[in-house]
Design a protein around this ligand. Structure first.
Ligand code: C2O
Ligand code: CU
Ligand code: CU
Length: 475
């Protein structure tokens, strides 16, 4: 598939450039884990806990997220200063069903401001948690909204103006699972923590003492911050024991800048069942899955042809992500249905307007159409104005040769085409983030339903903080 080839080529190029500035040590081979220092050190995959729902009303869910400082043990005996939600690193999994009202009590215990953005959740502007909804050090934010969208794996992360990248890098991100009638009726693996597992994949760079290094390389501003060590759910290249059954993985690329090309070491094919914000109409069989920062993909890996004792490694290029250790035969009553959902295509003719955007400049000149929004410029300029109920086409082109994951707040979009060609099958569902690279062009179509101010930006977080971000107002 065309797009895959493009991003693979790009991955190699960028990974090569990064390798030139990062000494590729054997850090990734170290046994590792995370969590409180007292616990026995292990490199088992941590499964993030489901956030406690304090609501007794079934039509509501109520969560608490405390943004806090912590220390993590990524390497045995070494303590690393990190940030987390209700813990040392990352956060609990929020879970809500379509139609439910979500309320979150966010407490900022840091000594700097933060925000909590619901990436992929359709909410009014003032609930979005973007840079406008700052939570000052020591204060609280209490957003509430009704989930109006189909089942999906979305996520939440810090988003303060000019400081998104360092805060996410230190750990401020978490997974948010949205269910609906359809997702609860499908016979796919959906037993959380058993055969339905979130995998937050992040690359990091560490100093020998275990502390996180950030922006210490000459190309970090230009390419974004990439590291030589892969964390999955906060553990260095961990191991997950699996029965020889079908396993569903909710992949979240929570990295600041790295584009992955996921493959399995046994060359097995796997099925992608969902893209960023919902199921695909039908499963898409893949041997390579590109995933850029901010994007999500749900995949089902069938271990039934493995024997107990087999180790299957999830890789990206020559980078090891994690190991699956087949431990025992399991009973598997799940299946991968040929049809997952129906997606009504937004008709191109329903668009009332087309807007064109170019990713321009690199490093400290990173922008969109030559315009920039960052800590220096502030957020007073509203770049685009759209009307609630309108359908529009936004056309994106890269002019830098560096991959840019385009992300738009407040909407879900469909990809009309890439360089005039239909997108690959796994990009034909609902999305909120799309990789644009290699001077390529893509057109996305969407209908605006939420009022307020929303960001649209490159989800390479260093690019974003530099200014590759603008905002629109939906009236
Ligand atoms: Cu995932 Cu504007 O962010
Ligand atoms: Cu977002
Ligand atoms: Cu970018």
């Amino acid at each position: 598939m065309k797009t895959r080839e493009i991003s693979r080529r790009h991955f190699i190029k960028v990974a090569g450039a990064a390798a030139a500035v990062v000494a590729l040590g054997n850090l990734a081979a170290f046994p590792a884990g995370c969590g409180p220092k007292k616990a026995a050190f292990s490199n088992k995959l941590p499964i993030p806990p489901l956030a406690k729902n304090s609501s007794t009303d079934p039509s509501k869910v109520a969560f608490e997220l405390t943004v806090q400082k912590g220390t993590s043990e990524f390497f045995e005996g070494k303590s690393t200063a990190t940030l987390g939600y209700n813990g040392n690193y990352l956060g609990p999994v929020l879970r809500a069903k379509k139609g439910q009202q979500v309320s979150v009590k966010v407490k900022n215990m840091l000594d700097e401001e933060t925000t909590v953005h619901w990436h992929g959740v359709i909410v009014p502007g003032e609930m979005d948690g973007g840079p406008h909804q700052t939570i000052a050090a020591g204060s609280e934010w209490n957003p509430a909204y009704v989930v109006q969208q189909q089942a999906a794996t979305v996520w939440y992360h810090a988003h303060p103006l000019g400081k998104t990248a360092p805060q996410v890098y230190k750990g401020l991100a978490g997974v948010f699972i949205i269910d609906d009638e359809e997702s609860q009726a499908l016979n796919i693996p959906r037993d959380y923590g058993v055969n339905d597992i979130p995998l937050v994949i992040q690359d990091r760079r560490f100093a020998p003492d275990g502390s996180l290094l950030y922006m210490d390389g000459p190309n970090d501003a230009l390419l974004g911050m990439m590291g030589d060590t892969v964390l999955v759910n906060g553990a260095v290249s961990p191991i997950l024991d699996v029965n020889t059954v079908k396993m569903r993985f909710r992949l979240v690329n929570g990295s600041n800048a790295r584009v992955y090309d996921f493959t399995l070491s046994n060359k097995a094919k796997f099925s992608q069942i969902a893209s960023d914000t919902g199921f695909l109409e039908a499963p898409v069989e893949l041997d390579t899955l590109p995933l850029s920062p901010g994007e999500r993909a749900e995949i089902i890996v069938d271990f039934s042809s493995n024997a107990a004792g087999d180790v299957v490694t999830l890789n990206s290029g020559n980078m090891k992500i994690m190991d699956f250790n087949a431990t025992q035969k399991g009973n598997d009553a799940t299946s991968i249905p040929a049809k997952l959902t129906s997606i009504s295509k937004i008709d191109e003719k329903s668009a009332v307007k087309t807007r064109s955007f170019r990713f321009t400049g690199g490093g400290d000149r990173a922008g969109i159409n030559g315009l920039r929004m960052n800590a220096k410029t502030g957020m007073d300029t509203i770049n685009e104005t759209v009307q609630v109920g309108d359908t529009e086409i936004w056309e994106w082109v890269d002019q830098t040769g560096i991959p840019h994951p385009l992300h738009i707040h407040g909407v879900h979009f469909q990809v009309l085409d890439r360089d005039g060609q239909p997108p690959p099958a796994n990009e034909q569902g609902w999305k909120d983030t799309l990789l644009i690279d290699n001077s390529r062009k893509a057109r996305v179509i969407m209908k605006f339903t939420q009022k307020g101010l929303f960001m649209f930006h490159c989800h390479n977080l260093e690019h974003e903080d530099e200014g590759m971000m603008l905002q629109y107002e939906c009236k």
